[in-house]
Write a protein that binds this ligand. Structure first.
Ligand SMILES: Cc1cc2nc3c(=O)[nH]c(=O)nc-3n(C[C@H](O)[C@H](O)[C@H](O)COP(=O)(O)OP(=O)(O)OC[C@H]3O[C@@H](n4cnc5c(N)ncnc54)[C@H](O)[C@@H]3O)c2cc1C
Length: 435
């Protein structure tokens, strides 16, 4: 079978690997001039490692991602340091990445609130019944079981930070998945996620997969025959097509999809993201903290500050210190239309709160990355609204971040859904041959 995959993100690359191994002719069409999608990175000449445009790490529970890397024989290139995550309380930051540190966190006091926080966390870690949890919002569930103090101090800032105006609509299964599938040890690939994506793409090319960069797909149509026609500047026919872009883009690319499926795609909500990356002459966090969780009401102009070089050492970046300042936002938010200089002027004063010695002239270079599709928003009973991988158009498949639910999006689940889609396509191709 001749199969097109639209998108060379981690999902598309993983699907291509399995489909090519199953003996199919695979062509990846990618609009960008690089592979890796949302997990891609950039590099300065003096760096020996890539920096992800949007901060990225793996968890030890990321079995699909780590399993794929093992299959490829590159597990010796994955490493799991133990960077420090901190939580804000009344102007100070406190380590918050082990049970002991959580117990010592002053923000919850020393009484019942801490016990409730602990029990709710333990329950969510142990239960597998996310179906029951998706029937209610995280807001209502946490208020009831963790109590107002714990909710407002710990969980509400997280929900507001990630989902902004939708924070009271997000279902509790999202929170469950987040607590269930995360570890305190965080991992990366030697050279960065882009190094993995490049090496994976090279392996795919050796296997015979064609990866066509700068090939933006404009439309997908089923014509009278059994084949699908893709227009990416030139028209080509394929037996099967797997789309790995956002739901909104699939709806635009293929208006021929039946109304109910299109409606389902267009009704899915998601948040965008704006992330500024700065290279600094000096280390920002003197304590060596990696990840700062910041509540919006404390007045920071961003949700998270991440000092990447407290995770991957600055020796990999020619001594530069790399800092991210990022936020999840609705697409109409002013940050999307601000220039890089305007955004820098908004963000810079806040850096002094992480190190009073910080001065403007510490900044060597600034990059800003924006995406409309960064974080799907799962509403109550979301499992009923997930578009099927196999679309109603024969031969057309869809695998995106919006379908990995109940899990939260991540490269691990992009690999899982990409490979699941590949299995479906391969199984259908086999039955077509047998028939
Ligand atoms: C701020 C942020 C932080 C994150 N942090 C983490 C993290 O710490 N750990 C983690 O594992 N994951 C993280 N993720 C999530 C992770 O990046 C994604 O889940 C994953 O990369 C999705 O892969 P994908 O292949 O499904 O989609 P994508 O990576 O979006 O790939 C889709 C591809 O399709 C291409 N495309 C789009 N339109 C067209 C077209 N018309 N024609 C052809 N090609 C097209 C795009 O260029 C892209 O390459 C983060 C994401 C964001 C935004």
């Amino acid at each position: 079978m001749r199969i097109a995959i639209i998108g060379a993100g981690f999902g598309g690359l993983a699907a291509a690997y399995d489909l090519c191994k199953a003996g199919h002719e695979v062509i990846i069409l990618e609009s960008a001039d690089y592979v890796g999608g949302l997990a891609s990175g950039f590099k300065e000449p003096q760096w020996d490692s890539w920096v992800e445009k949007f901060y990225h790490h793996w968890f030890q529970t990321d079995k699909y991602m780590l399993g794929l890397i093992r299959e490829l024989g590159w597990e010796d290139r994955v490493y799991f340091p133990r960077p420090l995550t901190v939580m804000y309380d009344r102007g100070q930051f406190y380590p918050f990445d082990s049970i002991l540190k959580m117990a010592l966190f002053p923000g919850l006091g020393w009484g019942l609130d801490k016990v409730r926080f602990g029990f709710v966390g333990l329950f969510l870690r142990l239960t597998n019944n996310w179906k029951a949890l998706e029937k209610t919002t995280a807001d209502a569930w946490m208020l009831k079981w963790a109590g107002r103090n714990v909710y407002e101090k710990m969980w509400k800032p997280l929900l507001i930070g990630k989902f902004g105006p939708f924070y009271q609509q997000v279902n509790m299964a999202w929170m469950w998945a987040r607590i269930k599938a995360r570890t305190t040890r965080l991992g990366t690939f030697e050279g960065g996620f882009q190094a993995f994506a490049n090496q994976f793409a090279d392996r795919l090319r050796e296997m015979g997969v064609a990866i066509r960069l700068k090939s933006a797909v404009k439309s997908i149509r089923r014509e009278s025959g059994a084949e699908l026609v893709i227009d990416s500047g030139r028209k080509e026919t394929f037996d099967k097509v797997l789309v790995t872009t956002s739901p909104a883009l699939l709806a635009k690319l293929c208006p021929q999809l039946p109304g109910s499926y299109l409606k389902g795609l267009l009704e899915l909500k998601s948040m965008g993201a704006v992330v500024m990356v700065l290279s600094l002459k000096h280390r920002l966090s003197e304590q060596g903290y990696y990840w700062f969780n910041l509540p919006k009401e404390a007045g920071y102009p961003f949700l998270a500050l991440v000092e990447h070089t407290n995770f991957v050492g600055s020796e990999h970046f020619g001594g530069d210190h790399i800092v991210y300042a990022g936020d999840y936002l609705e697409v109409g938010h002013e940050y999307f239309s601000m220039s890089d200089d305007e955004l820098l002027a908004r963000f810079l004063p806040a850096l002094k709160k992480f190190n009073p010695a910080f001065e403007k002239d510490w900044v060597k270079k600034v990059w800003v990355f924006k995406t409309n599709y960064a974080q799907p928003v799962p509403l109550v009973n979301h499992s009923e609204n997930i578009p099927a991988i196999q679309t109603p158009i024969e031969g057309l498949y869809f695998a995106s971040m919006s379908q990995v639910y109940p899990w939260d999006r991540g490269t691990n689940f992009a690999v899982e859904i990409g490979r699941r889609a590949a299995r479906l396509i391969a199984a259908e191709s086999n039955s077509a041959i047998a028939g």
